[in-house]
Design a protein around this ligand. Structure first.
Ligand code: HEM
Length: 416
């Protein structure tokens, strides 16, 4: 049966993965004319798959597990070692419900209000500056707001460095060499800092406000009734703070989309809830951020002529599924209106994973992400005017993660 599914020839294709980046899986899906194929990466057979049906399969917890899927180097930078991303079964769901309880609509609102106010304060400062790199500004603002929202004390003098550390953890995920090491250093620094704060809360030295992420992580009990050790509590609190800072990437893409498609400015100015949300969704669909996800086969099974053998690594193509021509009309065009008639499938639009977030690994932060992108778009179109000087807007599809090279520079900023 093995022969029924395409096997990429050759000893190892890790170099191609590094070279082709976001397009690695979709290039081969096209070349082989198959949704699923087997290749070799880092010395092991790896199944790659793409599309809605593949996503449904990937989120079947009977077939796949996350334990042992993420390479150590990704855990040491992006995720944290043995954190929620690598958990399975009941223990995972229990931990997941904690995350979801922190991100309810009222909590989203509380965070979004902080972000809105910070954008306005920043605009006042920007009027005196010749230019602003939106990426850097967004990282700092989101770091300040995330910490305040979560109940984590943060001095003004620390904001820039902490924001840089959270970003460096994300920036390291597809990196080898210096960018990887920068991410590891950043993670070590952040873990020491947050672990110290968790310990201060537990010792009564620091008062944590009831219901904040800090307080909830500090006192969370696992299924066995025991509290997380202070290091794991810190790792999971960082799993709340870091991704909020990472929304800066989507904010920069949103600004780029506005620049590339100025006809939407007026529509967004009118502020129709649905219009802003469609635009924000299209930003998350169209622009590259998460490239693919990994899991390990739990037990042998066959699917579409492919033998999934226990223990094999399987990659699900995020970027390619979001641009799958069977699911999206003109997938390579930026067209927010497509979301007007979208069927809300949990497995087609997967910039932050697929399936039901409370039952699997799908990102618990999509509500927060959408709301922060929306409030930031509203700020860009309604609260300020700016000019966009000549710069390098392009982003490389072989760098993972990627973003517009210039970080999106704006100038001549005036408050409306
Ligand atoms: C998981 C993307 C924002 C917290 C994930 C996953 C993706 C993702 C692809 C993995 C899904 C899977 O493994 O099946 C993103 C992107 C974001 C973002 C592109 C935009 C910046 C956020 C925010 C938060 C958050 C704002 C929290 C405040 C998490 C957590 C997980 C996760 C805790 C692990 C969930 C689990 O393993 O069960 N995210 N996310 N993310 N995300 Fe996000």
């Amino acid at each position: 049966t093995k022969a029924r599914v395409p096997h990429e020839e050759g000893l190892d294709h890790t170099i191609s993965l590094i070279r082709e980046g976001y397009l690695f899986i979709s290039n081969r899906v096209k070349e082989f004319g198959s949704d699923v194929f087997v290749t070799r990466l880092l010395g092991q057979d790896v199944i790659c798959m793409s599309g809605e049906e593949a996503a449904k399969l990937f989120y079947d917890p009977e077939k796949f597990q996350r334990k042992g899927a993420a390479p150590k180097r990704v855990q040491e930078t992006l995720f944290g070692v043995n954190a929620i991303q690598s958990m399975d079964g009941e223990a995972h769901i229990h931990r997941k419900l904690l995350f979801l309880s922190l991100m309810t609509p009222p909590e989203q609102k509380r965070l979004v209000k902080l972000v809105k106010d910070e954008w306005k304060k920043a605009a006042a400062r920007w009027e005196k500056l010749e230019k602003v790199v939106l990426f850097d500004a967004a990282k700092e603002i989101l770091c300040r707001c995330a910490c305040e929202w979560a109940g984590v004390p943060l001095k003004q003098s620390e904001v820039k460095e902490r924001a840089e550390d959270f970003s460096a953890m994300v920036d390291a995920f597809g990196a080898v060499g210096p960018r990887h090491w920068k991410g590891r250093l950043a993670r070590n620094r952040a873990e020491d800092w947050i672990q110290g704060i968790i310990e201060q809360v537990r010792s009564g030295e620091l008062n944590a406000v009831e219901g904040t992420a800090l307080q909830q992580m500090a006192y969370h009990k696992e299924l066995n009734g025991q509290m997380l050790d202070s290091h794991m509590a810190a790792v999971e609190l960082i799993n709340v703070l870091r991704p909020i800072v990472a929304i800066s990437t989507f904010i920069v893409y949103a600004a780029l989309a506005l620049y590339e498609h100025p006809e939407y400015r007026e529509i967004l100015q009118a502020g129709g809830k649905h219009d802003v949300e469609m635009f924000s969704n299209e930003v998350r669909r169209y622009y590259p951020f998460g490239p693919f996800l990994g899991a390990r086969v739990k037990r042998n099974f066959e699917w579409n002529g492919c033998e999934f053998q226990e223990g094999m690594l399987v990659l699900l193509d995020i970027y390619g599924t979001n641009r799958d021509a069977r699911l999206w009309d003109s997938p390579d065009e930026f067209r927010p209106e497509r979301f007007r008639t979208w069927n809300e499938s949990l497995y087609q639009f997967i910039p932050q994973g697929g399936g039901d977030s409370s039952k699997g690994h799908r990102c618990p932060g999509e509500g927060i992400t959408t709301e922060i992108v929306k409030v930031s778009l509203d700020f860009l179109v309604n609260d300020i005017t700016y000019e966009v000087p000549e710069q390098e807007f392009s982003y490389s599809l072989s760098r993972m993660p990627t973003y517009p090279e210039s970080g999106f520079i704006i100038g001549q900023i005036r408050r409306v």
